[in-house]
Design a binder for this molecule. Sequence first.
Ligand SMILES: [Zn+2]
Length: 304
Amino acid sequence: MSLDDTSPAGRAGFDELVPSRYAVRVGDIDVMVISDGVLTPPAESMATNADPAIRGAWLDKRFLAHDAFDWPLNAVVVRNGGRTILIDSGIGEEYPDFPRAGQFGHRLKAAGVDLASVTDVVLTHMHFDHVGGLLVDGVKDQLRPDLRIHVAAAEAEFWETPDFSRTGMPPALAELARRASLQFLDEYRNQLRTFGEESEVAPGIVVTRTGGHTPGHSVVRLASGGDRLMFGGDAIFPVSFEHPEWHNGFEHDPEEATRVRLRLMRELAETGSWLVSTHLPFPSVSRVAADGDLFRWVPAWWDY
Ligand SMILES: [Zn+2]
């Protein structure tokens, strides 16, 4: 059985085997998760500090390959009170090493969201799999000139002279990340609305810097009518619930990223807030339960 979508970007006439969008409501706020596809980094990058035998056993228990890790890539559209807010934008179309990703643009269109209707973009951070969708040819021309792009000031500053010394990224990937962030800053600098620690993007929609993964990495918390949902960006990965101590190869400060991950998972377990996250299996709508000192990922049952 294969559910691989290996057709190239554009995909005219291509029938998708599975749905690529999933909508939920958080009080009055409409949230739609859209899959950008799947990345396939080396499985080792999911746990750079793990004993290879323990990492291998974890993968085996889940019937996962030891080489490439199927790493989902999700972005979100939030709509409320006349505002249309994108949280991240997928990887775009520049990365031939990841042919199964880069689908956010056409899937956004298929979901009936016109780029011209987008009032705000919130970036969890400026890695290429989060800003790449904004760098696709022709996208900027369709966006409104008064578009606001919310990102932590520490993030914009970091990418002026980024430091990869503590990541496990191969040099070629680090170079891609450097190039994408510089291109992003170059093209969108005038649209940036930077914040220090926290900013209310719209009523009930708050972005908060966590640091760790990158210095300006941020999460977005939605709250309305007693409902809560957190978009966790790159703070929480599929391996994190059982192994929060596993460093991810894309983390610029792995120890701090681990502290952030633990803090957020404890918060989610205590509050019962919904979680949606970039690299959890689509649609990633889930809750986090405490399980002794560790955690359990509890995906939502699809609401048909
Ligand atoms: Zn990412």
